[in-house]
Design a protein around this ligand. Structure first.
Ligand SMILES: *Cc1c(COP(=O)(O)O)cnc(C)c1O
Length: 375
């Protein structure tokens, strides 16, 4: 029996009628650009996150890009980001006219290391982008302290972390509640996925909300009158309808991911004791939503081939850290500069953790990993 890395069909079958109903309403109205469906979803998502403003855009990449554009970066302005993340985090900095400054990660959480951030700050630094990688929030307590002290904009890349929370300042806080803004993605493989691309900016700052609302419609609040040079980047009404139908199930799905993660944690403890792999840390003060369940393993590429031969899905997020990408060679980083990121890129392997995964399938995955190491 094979096990897929992700099977979106199972989720769709469980909510089919709601999704078709929601889509139908938009189709009957023939109202495809912004309008009711997008407004309703923005309002529901703002309540879900506990933020004042939610602005739907065309993708998670654009959520990052439009927020950074609102900072009016000048060419030598620096934005600090982790080297170990999806490309969009850094691509957006470049495309907004800034210079990415890459820093290393904390090897246990895979998230940006606050002390490395502090060391990288210069007089040209304007913003910090912590990425809540694989569904676990970065250390927002330390990062917000640093951002406040140095008056830097704190933009959370929350593309993989909708529903995650962290115990900060004696209370549980979600994404977007601590930073100045959070960028979300509804790419189909994210915890809340649409039927295509989609993204959203969450913020409590009314001026920023206004600005990005303008930027997503070519920079003018009034048609044909432009204060900014914006772009066309709206959350599609059909996507908003799908997401609206899915949102009520998100917490249940995230719970299922968490319980799969706990199951793997128990099941794979023997292999960790023997030194073959390391399981992701499940921190009590940090509720991860496990967009990915990511191990560090020995002989990663061989294990991956072994699993592929048995029709078991796995993935390497991410094989090359961003400071070593060809497109950023002009920034002058060398191999060895950010060692924790480089080591992670060589060791990580994500295994199936989607909500509808069965215990039998999890057992198949675990038993196959065991077979690879223990024979
Ligand atoms: C998916 C993702 C993005 C980009 O989102 P898109 O909707 O695919 O544009 C940005 N950052 C991270 C960390 C992501 O995982």
């Amino acid at each position: 029996m094979g096990v897929p890395m992700l099977d979106l069909k199972r989720q769709f079958r469980s909510i089919e009628a709601d999704v078709y109903g929601s889509l139908n309403a938009v189709i009957e109205q023939q109202s495809f650009i912004l309008g009711e469906a997008v407004e309703a979803f923005e309002s529901d998502l703002a309540s879900y996150l506990g933020v004042e403003h939610a602005i739907g855009v065309a993708s998670g990449t654009d959520a990052l890009l439009l927020t950074l554009k609102a900072l009016d970066l000048r060419p030598s302005d620096e934005v600090i980001a982790p080297a170990f993340t999806f490309f969009a985090t850094a691509g957006a900095i470049h495309n907004a006219g800034g210079k990415p400054v890459f820093v290393d990660i904390d090897p246990l959480s895979f998230n940006i290391a606050p002390d490395a951030v502090e060391e990288a700050i210069t007089e040209r630094t304007r913003a910090i982008i912590p990425v809540h990688l694989f569904g676990q929030m970065a250390d927002m307590h330390e990062l917000s302290r640093i951002a406040q002290e140095k008056e830097l904009f704190l933009l959370e890349d929350a593309a993989q972390a909708i529903g995650a929370s962290q115990f900060v300042g004696e209370q549980w806080r979600g994404i977007g509640a601590i930073g100045d803004a959070a960028a979300l993605s509804f790419f189909p493989s994210k915890n809340l996925g649409g039927f295509g691309d989609g993204g959203l900016i969450a913020t409590n700052d009314p001026d920023l909300a206004d600005r990005v609302r303008r930027l997503r419609v070519h920079g003018g609040r009034k048609m044909y009158h432009h204060q900014d040079v914006g772009t066309n980047s709206r959350l599609d009404a059909l996507q908003a309808a799908v997401l609206q139908a899915k949102l009520p199930h998100l917490d249940t799905w995230n719970e299922a991911r968490r319980s799969h993660a706990e199951w793997y944690y128990e099941r794979l403890s023997g292999l960790e004791d023997k030194g073959f792999l390391r399981r992701p840390r499940i921190a009590s003060e940090n509720k991860s939503v496990f967009n990915q369940y990511t191990l560090r393993v020995q002989d990663r590429d061989e294990l991956r081939d072994f699993l592929t031969d048995r029709d078991i899905g796995s993935a390497v997020y991410y094989p090359v850290p961003l400071h070593l990408q060809t497109c950023f060679s002009h920034l002058g980083y060398r191999s060895g500069d950010l060692q924790a990121s480089e080591q992670a890129a060589n060791e990580v392997l994500s295994i199936p953790v989607f909500p509808e995964l069965s215990v039998n399938e999890q057992e198949t995955v675990a038993a196959s990993i065991e077979e690879f190491y223990d024979g």
